[in-house]
Every structure is written in C-alpha cells, then in structure tokens.
Design a protein around this ligand. Structure first.
Ligand code: IMP
Ligand code: MG
Length: 223
C-alpha cells in the first residue's frame, strides 16, 4: 500500500486529477464525477421524488452495499415521510461475467404490499440484477415501484431496465467511490473515480478489472 500527498480535487473542476487515498501502487484513480456535481444531481433527484410523491410516504429500498451512500444522501434530499429497508443480491455461477441468474442474499425486513417503494441502486451495468429485483418486488404488490440509480453504463446493457430517477450516464469504465467498490475497497471515496491498474493502463480492456474484483471477493455480492 502507498499513500501519496493528498491532492483534493477542486469540487467543480477536479476531473481527471489524481485522487489520494491509500491504494495499491499499481492502481490509478482519477475523478470522473466530483463530489459537488454528485451532490447537485442527488439534490435534483430528491426534489423530483418529493414532487412525484407529494403528500405520501415512501419506502427507500437500498441494494447493499454499493447503494448505501447514495441512499443516505438521497434520503436527506427527500422532504417526505421516508423509511429505509435493504436487500442484497448475488450472481450465480463462477463466471466473472454476469451469468444471467441472480439470487437474493438478504431479503427485506418488512412487507412492501400497498407501499410506495423506491428501489435505490448504485450502478446499472448489464441490467441483470435490477431486472431480477424489480420483477421480484413487483410480485409483492407495492402501490408504486420506482427505480433510482446513480450511474448507468448503458453500453453494457443486456436486459432492459426502466429507470425513473437517474443520476448520470457514464462510459464503459470501471468506477469506484461513493459506495462503489473494487474488491470491497474505495467505497469511501467522496468522488466517483475511474480505477485503472498498471497492466490495464497498458491497454487491456476494462473488463479485466471487473474480473479481478470478483476474483478478489466482491463477486457482485454486496453491491
Ligand atoms: P448488473 O447486474 O450487470 O447490472 O450489475 C450491476 C452491479 O455490478 C452493480 O450493482 C455493481 O455491484 C457491479 N458493478 C458494475 N459495474 C461496476 C463498476 O464500474 N464499479 C463497481 N461495481 C460495478
Ligand atoms: Mg460491487
């Protein structure tokens, strides 16, 4: 592990600057979405949700672990009576690419029947996970079911997912921070950053990182 001199990115202009956190020497982190930009967008989404559900209660359902920071910030921008619940999902199989099958690792604590549910997820990639979760929740007959996602890598989509509240469309690069991990690390970065490892910087495809992340333990569990 090394830690270089902190160079906190300028909140508005910090694109591409090196982020300084304890990191492996082979890793390069660069800011894709600075914290101030994320905060502005989350505020907008919170206002929209507050308008859409005016006078009603909402249940925010976070997908562990990646969505926890997005959910906590989003919830504080929602001026409604809001409660939280969480679930966790994992992909079946040993393949590093999505197997197309998902299983529930942790279920909700309470019934959602007749409630206004907002499913909150960190990132939409192939769409397999959210597709599964939306179908599962819909079968439980909520009054309304909406989907809030911070990041969308639309290029990677295999299964279509309707997103009601989207933060940002991003390119097909592996990102960490603001809840998102690489092998369980970097969730506590304040900015969303692109992570590259040395051989990756020399030209390998970004899937390499995802494969390594899974091999090293995140395996799409605890998103
Ligand atoms: P999907 O089922 O392929 O849409 O998988 C979405 C899940 O993959 C997310 O909840 C994340 O856990 C993980 N994921 C996809 N892309 C990234 C990334 O760039 N960084 C971190 N996790 C990612
Ligand atoms: Mg993850």
């Amino acid at each position: 592990m090394e830690c270089i001199e902190p160079r906190i990115p300028n909140p508005d202009t910090g694109y591409g600057k090196l982020v300084c956190m304890p990191k492996e020497p082979s890793e390069r982190l660069s800011v894709l979405l600075p914290r101030a930009r994320i905060a502005r967008r989350v505020r907008e989404l919170g206002r929209r949700i507050s308008r859409d559900f005016r006078g009603e209660r909402v249940l925010l359902v976070g997908v562990l672990k990646g969505a926890c920071i997005f959910l906590s910030d989003l919830s504080r921008e929602i001026s409604l009576d809001a409660t939280f619940d969480f679930l966790a999902a994992a992909s079946y199989g040993q393949s590093s690419e999505s197997s197309g099958q998902v299983r529930l690792v942790k279920d909700l604590d309470s019934s959602i029947e007749g409630r206004n549910v907002i499913l909150v997820e960190d990132i939409l990639d192939t769409g397999v996970t959210l597709n599964y979760l939306v179908a599962m929740l819909r079968r439980r007959r909520p009054k309304a079911l909406k989907v809030a996602v911070l990041l969308d890598k639309a290029e990677r989509r295999i299964q279509p997912v309707k997103v009601d509240y989207l933060g940002f469309k991003i390119p097909n690069q592996f990102v960490v921070g603001y809840g998102l991990d690489y092998a369980e690390r970097h969730r506590n970065l304040k900015d969303v950053c692109v992570v590259k490892i040395q051989d990756e910087a020399k030209g390998q495809r970004s899937e390499t990182i995802k494969k390594k992340a899974r091999r090293q333990g995140s395996k799409k569990i605890g998103k």
